[in-house]
Design a protein around this ligand. Structure first.
Ligand code: SF4
Length: 466
């Protein structure tokens, strides 16, 4: 029996759980005073493929679904298509069930019955799982992935909640930041040589890494190649993000350094929207950067868009997708607007109703266009406060799936993160995580590197050598 809880409307919520005998089944009742109870008798959880931790988890999951269903019914709330999978990484449940040996059909039934997920989202998850699973490794700590965070941008977008400092006001911190980053790259490089651990993918994010330009960029890329690239490194991504940072020289430097994947992120192909969300560039600059990157021979180009930007209706999104289809990128990443606490846009919610009403239609358009471009979904995640219970989906032409995105999102591979705001995730064999966080602020990062780096390297070394 769970203690009774009382919610705002003054009606008590009663929750009863009971394991009937040592080997189940599990009976759960959830009822709001005066309302119809929700009941469930779970016989499936006695399956021998589950362990005791799974059974503990199932009890909580049944209660969560029961509470959700009772509240939906009593207060006339629309059901979330994601059921109780409201966290950032809904794919983890799917993978855990597949790990346990359940077939796709069994997983489909469980996602619907236990987690309350809508059939179209289940189809999406199974499609994504089929793409991801061949890329998982039996061991989480060899190979690893490496992330480098450059926390500078040309301007700060109104929806941004990342580590990002405008170059105009914070550019004077760049030299000190880069010196600290070089020290961290050398220390991690030495550790990789000492342990013999392989790096599968290298990912420059931020921020906008291509705010580092000219000789400084070439020097940084050369150092990464010398220290962090190993025999089995197959992917080197630079999140170029803002097209105004992509001069022909910059693109040539990336290509010469062996970068084989970049992002050029329009977010919208409407100049008015770009202005409204605080981006400095134009649609024309997106096109120019894209063709220049193709000319330089960069193999994989990703483009990010955001659904639900201020003033945008499905017709705007369709035009954006038309323009992107005409360019023909290799990846399309479709974000649904999420109003995070740290973003400026959070303060202006007047346009939200429009975005909520059209969210599904916009997501369907993006999925159709991705399909027309020969792409399939290969990773997905959700965010808190995301538009209309939607999700973010990465689409790729076959063979262009971003390995780093998959490994980072599913947390089955250790990621060593360097630079501003980098979060190292050390993955244990049971897939639990230890996080080691770098300072976001470039000045703090540069100041702390000397004192903090030895302990960080020591912690990673101990983890890798266990
Ligand atoms: S480009 Fe990305 S990291 Fe930079 S301000 Fe915009 S959203 Fe933030």
């Amino acid at each position: 029996m769970v203690p009774e809880a009382t919610f705002g409307h003054g009606r008590a919520l009663r929750i009863e759980t009971e394991w009937r005998g040592e080997n189940g089944p599990l009976a759960v009742t959830v009822a709001l005073a005066g309302g119809e109870p929700w009941t469930c008798l779970d016989r499936e959880i006695v399956d021998r493929r589950y362990d005791s931790a799974d059974r503990e988890r199932r009890l909580k999951e049944r209660v969560r679904l029961g509470v959700q269903r009772v509240l939906e019914r009593e207060f006339n709330l629309a059901a979330s298509p994601w059921g109780i999978l409201l966290g950032v990484r809904p794919m983890k449940v799917t993978h855990t069930l597949l790990d346990r040996g359940f077939s796709s059909d069994e997983v489909r039934d469980l996602l619907e019955g236990v987690y309350g997920v809508a059939p179209d989202k289940i189809g999406l998850m199974l499609e994504v799982a089929a793409k991801q699973r061949p890329l998982f490794h039996p061991e989480p700590n060899d190979p690893v992935s490496v992330y480098l965070g450059i926390p500078f941008c040309p301007t700060r977008c109104s929806y941004c909640s990342f580590a990002s400092y405008p170059i105009d006001s914070h550019g004077h911190l760049m030299a000190g930041f880069l010196a600290a980053l070089q020290a961290e790259i050398r220390a991690v490089g030495a550790l990789l040589r000492e342990t013999g651990i392989q790096v599968e993918s290298i990912y420059f994010g931020g921020g906008t890494p291509t705010t580092v330009q000219g000789a400084a960029l070439a020097e940084l890329l050369a150092l990464v190649n010398a220290e962090l690239r190993t025999e089995h490194t197959v992917e080197f991504t630079v999140e170029a993000g803002r097209p105004e940072t992509l001069s022909p020289d910059t693109l040539r430097s990336l290509k010469a350094a062996g970068v084989n994947r970049i992002s050029i992120n329009p977010q919208s192909m409407h100049d008015e929207t770009l202005q409204a969300i605080g981006r400095q560039h134009t649609v024309d600059q997106v096109r120019t950067a894209f063709w220049q990157a193709r000319k330089e021979g960069i193999e994989g180009i990703n483009m990010d868009i955001i659904l639900g930007l201020p003033g945008e209706e499905p017709s705007h999104v369709e035009q954006t997708l038309e323009e992107i289809a005409a360019l023909g990128p290799d990846n399309l990443t479709v974000h649904s607007l999420a109003l995070k606490r740290a973003s400026r846009l959070k303060r202006d919610t007047s346009y939200l109703q429009l975005a909520q009403a059209h969210g599904e239609a916009m997501a369907a358009l993006a999925s159709d266009y991705a399909q027309q471009m020969g792409m399939e979904p290969y990773y997905l995640y959700r965010q808190r406060y995301i538009l209309g219970h939607l999700e973010n989906v990465g689409y790729a032409r076959p063979g262009f799936e971003c390995i780093y995105n998959i490994q980072m999102m599913e947390e089955r591979q250790t990621t060593i993160a360097l630079g501003g705001g980098g979060i190292t995730k050390l993955v244990n064999p049971d897939l639990t995580l230890i996080r080691v966080v770098n300072a976001k602020c470039p000045a703090t990062y540069a100041r702390q590197i000397e004192t903090d780096l030895p302990a960080k390297i020591d912690q990673i070394r101990k983890h890798l050598l266990v």
